[in-house]
Write a protein that binds this ligand. Sequence first.
Ligand code: COI
Length: 355
Amino acid sequence: MSYNISITPIEKSKIDQLDFNNIPLGMSFTDHMFICDYENGQWVNPRIEPLQPIPTHPAAMALHYGQAIFEGMKAYKSPEGIPLLFRPELNAERLNKSAERMGMPEVPKELFLEGLKELVALDKAWIPPQQGSALYLRPFMYATEAFIGMRAATSYKFVIMASPAGPYFSKHIKLWAEKQYIRAAAGGTGEAKAAGNYAAAIRPTELAKAKGYDQVLWLDAAEHKYIQEVGTMNIFFKIGGNFITPELDGSVLHGITRLSVIELLKSMGYKVTERKITIDEIRQASQDGTLEEAFGTGTAVGIAYIKEIGLENETIHVSDESPVAVKVNDTLNAIKIGKLEDKFSWMTKVETELA
Ligand code: COI
């Protein structure tokens, strides 16, 4: 199905205000946004407009009850200048899984992908050419209905905005294993990309940063012993030559970078196991010298090398070098920018004449 997406281009691009050599994540935005309304049980009026504030009723249900979900993905540029998207259909599917959990309507996959491609085609000049940089794409949906009672909203907006972004971390990072606060419990919203999950993480993250850590390592809600994920990423450990990552037990985000790294590591001949992992097991592996590497995976961060995990009264040393993670990162990045054969068929080209 093809959607009739109307396009209102900006009068004058703001791109000359951007310094491509200094683009921290999420601080600058491209000229346009894709927007679509959900009314009377259907998505209507798909359009691309200049990026601008969206009028919101003070009783909009997203503001009160948190019916808000989002995705994170990136567009890259091939050596020939063609915009490339990394596994965008998986983001469309995950958005709809989040929508189901939060009582929100699904966005048809074709609508998601068409809106995304039109936006990227129109704003392709904003894809940073620098290695390690990309155009971060943020599809999101929120409840717009003005209503104070408690039930699923009947009107929503689905929006995609784009933000050029440079590398997230430039050095090995330190995690704080959190034993007081939790991120997700069985039966909760942990595997949804729901705004509220991130809201609940803000204070613990600020406290961890004040102690000198980069992000929080979340442990399970019941016993504070099983590792779930990290602030903005999934986590992998290399122990005794093999990789392990927490299983997707309902409390862990189904990371698209996570999935891709599993596939890549296996293709490189490594054994990768998805299972429960305790923080005690990681401490023991560090003590007996079998903990070789640890790294986080996520869209915004890419691959973040981990050197240390802090807990109350102790520090687990991981490693100052992450040779396999670096290789995985380099391979993934080369595939994303079309410099290495895409043997997994992960990349989608964007027809730039679309817009
Ligand atoms: C992403 O990696 O795309 C995320 O959604 C993390 C974000 C909170 C920075």
